[in-house]
Design a binder for this molecule. Structure first.
Ligand SMILES: Nc1ncnc2c1ncn2[C@@H]1O[C@H](COP(=O)(O)OP(=O)(O)OP(=O)(O)O)[C@@H](O)[C@H]1O
Ligand SMILES: [Mg+2]
Length: 540
């Protein structure tokens, strides 16, 4: 008998079915991947299995049977659930140390030597050992994510359920995180159910469940799933129907006259969408309504510095952003990316250095006020009104930017179509998956046709198709509006879609170059992730 058996589990939210008749089995020591588009039902199934959500069907775990959260109470001490979203289970005013103490207390753990060693290892693994006295609210997004993870791991659960644990986590830490998951599953013989948007991680799983529209539509290893789609993947070429091109590949249901390309697991998403909808809508940005003169350099930072007490988060950073340029701002968690963007926006006062935006030296609040309509911003943490529907939020922001109502409604419709959140317009943000919310934050940021766009991890937690669409949108904004974009991301493949990248490390700028030049400097690198990791290893 398998250690975990999920039998025909259905989860409903009011009249909507989130996941229907999901069944699968797993054995101790196994990692099961939950892969699928945003809103396809992964989190709902995870919540049912974790015993925190009402469901129909039956779940068996190590001889215990449960049909509802109440029956699941008996095995709760063996379950560890980390829900999706940055810092959701954290208390902003408690420090890192206090968090671990708190989770240790509610789990009734003995503080023996083994515990203390394990705790220290977890802290070191996620790079929080030196920051134990820092409040969670003062940690970077990725640091918060890692703190949530170790709070989930502290009681060594036998059934570990992690909903996108690596969203917003940098490549080096992601690698370390997988090492520990791999190790505890072997050593402690646990079952881990893990969802992820990083397809390279899916390759490390023993078995993958592929979710679509509330159903598990395929099961297998990454290799087996790729096998299913490999005949539809080609080198990039022109094509008209039932096809979609992105990142040097064309996915096509009809045979094409070019060689096949090796499929990546992402291909499964593109092919599934094509099979279902025949076409993936192409983004089409219209010209700016008002033509404007844009200076050649839109942002110049000279020696920008930010300190939090004795800690230097940004150390004399110089950076230039040119007209129509897409600049990728990369760096490990806590390197100072968000802090830098917040200084550019005036959300953090600048401690030292000079900032020039659109040719204007920024010296006072008034200087900024005049530039407000020229700047768009997507923050790393979701920052829109939670008690208004998506439609209401969008209308509200259009109003704020004084866009006439009829025009605003048309614009909103177009963006919703292109970015794929049309069907969610009348939901509250809190009712929607992270990836869907992220898309509509982007829509809000470009409603008023800004000249400069600051995007802080807009693609974190967003599925493969929506990420491809977002990048197509950014490139069109650049071409048609001459917009300049400063974007942060932990998807290293996205660095290649930028004109130039800047890498921060511990508050300092260590790289400022084009992706092409960096590939030349690291000829052995298979991809940009290799370059990032090499750079971080080399300089350590
Ligand atoms: N208000 C604050 N008080 C104290 N320290 C802070 C504060 N805000 C940020 N920091 C610290 O500054 C450093 C940089 O944080 P920042 O959020 O800029 O990192 P990041 O590069 O955006 O990381 P991530 O990739 O995780 O989002 C971190 O060590 C963080 O804990
Ligand atoms: Mg950040």
């Amino acid at each position: 008998m398998p250690d975990l058996e999920v039998k025909k589990v259905t989860v409903r939210y009011k009249e909507k079915i989130a996941i229907k008749d999901a069944s699968f089995e797993a054995n101790s020591g196994e990692i099961v991947g939950f892969i699928g588009a945003d809103g396809s039902g992964k989190s709902s199934l995870m919540h049912a299995i974790a015993g925190v959500k009402k469901f129909e069907g039956e779940i068996l775990f190590k001889g215990h049977i449960y049909h509802n959260p109440k029956e699941a109470e008996r095995i709760k001490q063996h379950i560890g659930l980390m829900p999706q979203g940055i810092g959701l289970v954290l208390y902003p005013l408690l420090t890192v140390k206090e968090h671990l103490d708190f989770f240790t207390a509610i789990r009734n753990l003995k503080k023996d030597d083994e515990y203390l060693q394990y705790r220290e290892r977890l802290l070191k693994m996620v790079g929080l050992f030196e920051f134990q006295n820092r409040q969670a609210g003062h940690l970077s997004g990725g640091m918060q994510q890692k703190l949530s993870l170790i709070c989930t791991l502290i009681h060594k659960p036998k059934l570990l359920i992690l909903d996108e644990p690596t969203t917003g986590v940098d490549p080096v830490s992601r690698r370390e995180l997988w090492q520990i998951i791999d190790e505890i599953r072997k050593k402690d013989n646990i079952i881990a159910l893990i969802s992820t948007g990083y397809m390279q991680e899916a390759e490390r799983m023993d078995k993958i469940l592929l979710f679509e529209n509330g159903q598990i539509i395929a099961k297998g290893t990454a290799e087996e799933l790729k096998e299913l789609v490999k005949n539809y993947v080609y080198l990039e070429t022109e094509c008209k129907e039932e096809c979609f091109s992105f990142a040097k590949r064309t996915y096509s249901l009809k045979p094409l006259n070019v060689p096949h390309a090796d499929p990546e697991l992402e291909a499964v998403f593109f092919i599934n969408a094509l099979k279902k909808y025949k076409n993936i809508p192409e983004i089409n940005v219209e010209e700016r309504e008002i033509k404007i003169e844009i200076p050649e350099v839109v942002m110049e930072a000279i020696g920008l510095t930010k300190r939090f007490n004795n800690f230097i988060a940004n150390d004399h950073i110089d950076m230039v952003l040119k007209r129509g340029e897409i600049l990728g701002l990369l760096g490990a968690n806590g390197a100072g990316k968000t802090t830098f963007i917040k200084m550019l926006l005036g959300l953090h006062p600048i401690d030292e250095g000079q900032l020039i935006l659109l040719g204007k030296k920024i010296e006072s609040y008034k200087d900024r006020l005049e530039l407000k309509s020229k700047i768009g911003y997507v923050s790393q943490k979701f920052a829109l009104y939670k008690d208004m529907t998506i439609r209401e939020n969008l209308i509200y922001f259009a109003n704020m930017h004084q866009i006439p109502m009829s025009k605003a409604l048309k614009k909103i419709d177009k963006l919703a179509d292109g970015l794929g959140f049309k069907e969610y317009m009348d939901y509250l943000p809190t009712e929607l998956p992270l990836g869907i919310n992220q898309r509509f934050s982007v829509a809000v940021a470009i409603l008023h046709e800004p000249v400069i766009l600051f995007l802080d991890e807009p693609t974190s937690g967003v599925d493969a198709i929506a990420r491809a669409q977002l990048w197509k949108l950014l490139h069109q904004l650049k071409q048609k509006w001459g917009i300049s974009i400063l974007i942060t991301t932990h998807y290293m493949s996205e660095a290649e879609y930028c004109d130039r990248v800047v890498v921060l490390k511990q508050g300092k700028k260590i790289i400022d170059d084009t992706p092409q030049n960096l590939y030349q400097k690291f000829p052995d690198a298979k991809n940009f992730e290799d370059i990032f990791i090499k750079f971080h290893e080399e300089k350590n």
